[in-house]
Ligand binder design. Structure first.
Ligand code: NAG
Ligand code: NAG
Ligand code: NAG
Length: 305
């Protein structure tokens, strides 16, 4: 298996590379993580687009041809409460369009908040300040790998003000070391890399991360301030993902509350034989998760949601 760099975010000067293993064998959908659970979905939103089928043949799914309204709100019902995400399409149309598709498909039903980098560790131990909560993998490796491989887009958009501040939401992206035609909004060489390529993983900024603006992490939505108390309850005790922690690191940032290397392994997460939500539920049982994502309201178009 090949290790490919993917989903970068900057941490001070260091480049944080979330890595994944490419794989394409089958994995069965599991129990409560069946994709596109349409229980409770209004009749006019029901669809027959399976997440794997959409990936393999997007043209056959009408949702993939929809243009998003000017604004829409997605509600995430999680095991620690509900929070909303307000998307403004004009901020970053390609990202808003993908978020619209993900919400219409309910891609994140069952998704775990697998990367929670936050200042909630033992205050007696030196630590880094809050950073992000990253999520989006549906938890069925066959589906997540397909989307990473086939549904990744290099579309881009400028970072509109106020940029990556607390509550604002961006897509996780890959990176290249220099600016290219495909990374027009990157300030490289001021930024140490340029963000490119997104699929289904997003992150909520927990603090002022405007250092992510330079590489081009375009914000497309925001969690209203009054809902951030729910986001702050998302479990963060496992620390940073293992691929971003040096071997033998003993920091709480990397090791969570206790044992060494408690973080989620990104490689394992997308491993078709023993990854996905089966891995997370058995090995990282305290992770918070999304019970359902649903569209709450739309503005600017005669579209019922
Ligand atoms: C996106 O850009 C990267 C880096 O230039 C390239 O490797 C990849 O093939 C591109 N992907 C798509 C879908 O165009
Ligand atoms: C965010 O951080 C940057 C860099 O430290 C700083 O210049 C800016 O004023 C901060 N913005 C807010 C709203 O705190
Ligand atoms: C953690 O690592 C630092 C730097 O290597 C070292 O000084 C410290 O003693 C270590 N702490 C523990 C608890 O191992």
């Amino acid at each position: 298996m090949t290790l490919r760099s993917r989903y970068l975010a900057a941490w001070a000067a260091a480049v944080l590379c979330l890595c994944w293993v490419t794989a394409a064998t089958a994995a069965e959908a599991e129990g409560d993580v069946q994709p596109a659970n349409q229980a409770g979905v209004p009749a006019h939103w029901k669809h027959n687009c399976g997440l794997l089928e959409v990936c393999n043949n997007p043209a056959a799914c009408p949702i993939m041809r929809e243009t998003p309204p000017e604004q829409f709100t997605v509600r995430f019902k999680t095991n620690v409460g509900s929070f909303r995400m307000r998307v403004t399409t004009a901020w970053a149309p390609p990202f808003a369009t993908r978020m619209w598709q993900l919400a219409r498909l309910r891609y994140m039903d069952g998704a775990r908040f697998y990367r929670v980098v936050r200042d909630n560790f033992n205050p007696a131990v030196p630590h880094k300040p809050p950073f992000v909560i990253q999520f989006g993998y549906n938890g069925v490796p066959e589906i997540d790998n397909c989307w990473d491989n086939k549904m990744t887009s290099n579309d881009t958009a400028p970072v509109v003000p106020p940029g990556n501040l607390r509550g604002y939401v961006s897509f996780s992206m890959g990176a290249v070391e220099t600016k290219t035609d495909q990374t027009p909004y990157c300030t490289y060489p001021i930024a140490s890399y340029c963000a490119i390529g997104f699929s289904q993983n997003i992150f909520i900024n927990l603090a002022n991360n405007t250092r992510l603006d330079g590489p081009g992490f375009a914000i497309f939505g925001v969690v209203p301030a009054e809902d951030m108390s729910v986001v702050d309850r998302i479990y963060g005790g496992y620390g940073e993902v293992t691929e971003l922690c040096p071997a033998g690191s003993n920091s709480t940032y990397c090791n969570g509350y206790g044992d060494s290397n408690q973080g989620v392994s990104m490689d394992r997460l997308v491993n078709p034989t023993d990854g996905g939500n089966r891995y997370l539920i058995t090995r990282k049982p305290l992770l918070s998760y999304i019970r359902s994502m649903e569209l709450l309201s739309c503005k600017g178009k005669s579209r019922r949601c």
